[in-house]
Design a protein around this ligand. Sequence first.
Ligand code: HEC
Ligand code: HEC
Length: 463
Amino acid sequence: MNLLQVERARRWVGLGLLVGVVGTTAWTLSPGVPVLWAPQASEPAKQSGLALFNRDWQSPADKAQAADATAEELRLAKLKVGPVFNASSCVACHFDAGVGGAGPNTVNVTSFTILPTTANPHVQEGTVHRFALSDNTQETVDLVRRLYSKPVQVAGNQSLTPQQRQDSNPVRVTAVNTPALFGAGWIDRIPSKAITHRYFAVGMKEVAANLSGDFKQTVPMGRYRILSDGRVGKFGWKAQFATLEEFVGAACANELGLSNPKMQRAKPLAGAKDESAVAAPEKTASLSRKEFGVMVAFVDTLPRPIEAVSRDSATRAAVKHGREVFSSVGCAVCHQPDLGGVKGVYSDFLLHRLREKVAASGYYEPPPMPLPEEHPDLDEWKTPPLWGVADSAPYMHDGSAATLEGAIEDHLGDAKSVTQAYKRLPGDDQAALIAFLKSLKAPPSAIPAPQAESHALASVTTP
Ligand code: HEC
Ligand code: HEC
């Protein structure tokens, strides 16, 4: 190589580096590639997935008696789910407005959190399953308290310090309501970068406003959830899963007790050491890779919710005005209308606190030993997407609000200033806002859910 060639080579390397640095910086600062295509799956895959979603795993006996039952059906008919589970089909909970919809409070799931204690600084979480195959393995809230509480003794008439109180009873229990799964595949495709990019963009705006002397109280920013492996959480009320596939795996394992390629079936809390408590694998059902694949494909391609256009011109006008009020009053700060190329999802996928952090209010007492930074606090919940909200009552993570108005009233904490602004609105504006929310409907193409009786839990013994 002569000098000229070396010089040229250096230039190319330099240019390459520059392009690399500029490119990386631009990519880092960009909101990622927006979602361009609808989730896809073949028709047979969707049909098989639907059958698995609707399948009642606890009462396949009728099929066993049917004359035309195949050997495979007979084998399946003998299998049970469990050893612990919350229902015997997915559709037993996800059925409002069609297969994959939201669920009523009667099928709420009971979750527990074990707060850090002096003896065990790790947070533990789990589900108190409603049903068990045997009495030995039946779980109850009382059982969780017995397993995890260690009474702390103090001398004489001394009272417990907050830490001792937490040590002696670290168990917190909450009900979680079933959300609708319509459009889940779209949410799955929203790039994490769209969430973090928007978060930082909002932060920069705030800094700029502060620098220009504008310190008016705005809505606290919340935070995105970083999972233990560094990914951004999107699914679940606590943004506890990054992908739809993983959530479906967890739902199979945890709600139904179905092992699958992503997760082993839930083990009973009670008698976990007792061999007989864990159902023998050959007697319990599990999903093959193929079955799990079609189950995911079905949920992934559930149609997305719609914004209904009323035939009545007065309603149309109210909805249009309500959409403006939604933005102007501040709902859209958290319920971001479009994200990552997905229009009308109405969420920032960030964790926020909607409860007052005042112990005296009786609402929420901050734990003396706080949860680790990466773990959402007890009062932090992900902003739920509002698409389809007209058809997903009751509202809030625990289903505590029966109506849309009630849900808005429950927005304190981070959303307090917005709720106060909503309350100051003239009645017409409030009504328009509600009319807008009522236009956010489940997809009309949703498949009607099987009759409630056919997926009722009557066949299972209740605790
Ligand atoms: C006992 C009722 C119940 C059953 C049965 C059930 N689910 Fe759920 N589902 C819930 C609840 C409650 C949540 C919210 C859980 C949370 O966020 O902690 C949920 C959340 C989900 C989510 C996450 C939705 C989101 O946007 O965050 C998916 C996906 C899901 N379920 C799929 C399934 C599948 C697939 C099945 C069947 C294998 C199933 N569920 C069975 C109650 C149920
Ligand atoms: C600070 C962020 C924030 C603001 C501002 C906000 N929300 Fe929310 N919203 C949330 C969070 C977080 C939840 C879930 C809280 C929970 O489950 O405890 C929620 C829940 C809801 C729900 C219940 C949805 C469901 O599926 O259960 C509705 C309806 C709702 N918000 C509407 C509104 C409206 C209307 C406004 C404006 C008046 C508004 N929100 C302002 C964060 C916000």
